[in-house]
Design a protein around this ligand. Structure first.
Ligand code: HEC
Ligand code: HEC
Ligand code: HEC
Length: 89
């Protein structure tokens, strides 16, 4: 019985984790953590601006973040382009 409760709690926690992941994603790194507010971005922009086909997780790394995945659009719109606008210590 105890085991079952623990398992149910773990499942509930996992559910919360996923919900948060789609709202705010924090990319932790030495230069300073970058917070990507998925909620705001997806409310103001069409999903297809970033997602191809059915939206799913996108892997972000340094190269993609500094180009097409993040910065290219910020240059074209009014998003942040300076290092410390994205990287916060
Ligand atoms: C500005 C770019 C951008 C826009 C616009 C956007 N997304 Fe995303 N989305 C991302 C990125 C980047 C990730 C990866 C985040 C991560 O690592 O969890 C992501 C992740 C997701 C995930 C996976 C979440 C997870 O944790 O598995 C879903 C589902 C998703 N987006 C749905 C949507 C939908 C639906 C829309 C439109 C209403 C949308 N997105 C708009 C960039 C965007
Ligand atoms: C398709 C366009 C687009 C893409 C792709 C995009 N952004 Fe943005 N982003 C914007 C715009 C437009 C704003 C300005 C919104 C505003 O000021 O209201 C913004 C604002 C921001 C801000 C500042 C938010 C604030 O609260 O001041 C951060 C940080 C940010 N984006 C990070 C990212 C990261 C990290 C990625 C890639 C994972 C990304 N963005 C991808 C359009 C985009
Ligand atoms: C649009 C937002 C944005 C801007 C502007 C930006 N970065 Fe980044 N940067 C990111 C994201 C997102 C990552 C990926 C982080 C990860 O992989 O965890 C990243 C990764 C990095 C990394 C790799 C860190 C590591 O530990 O691997 C370095 C270094 C870096 N950026 C430096 C800079 C410098 C220097 C500038 C200014 C010239 C800059 N960044 C501008 C969003 C940004």
């Amino acid at each position: 019985m105890k085991k079952l409760i623990v398992m149910l709690m773990l499942i509930a926690f996992a559910g919360v984790g996923v919900a948060i992941a789609a709202d705010n994603v924090v990319y932790e790194n030495k230069k300073g953590n970058v917070t990507f507010d998925h909620k705001t971005h997806s409310e103001t922009l069409e999903c297809s601006k970033c997602h191809e086909g059915t939206p799913a997780k996108i892997a972000i790394d340094k190269a993609s973040a500094h180009k097409d995945a993040c910065k290219t659009c910020h240059k074209e719109t009014s998003g942040p382009t300076k290092c410390n606008d994205c990287h916060k210590k």
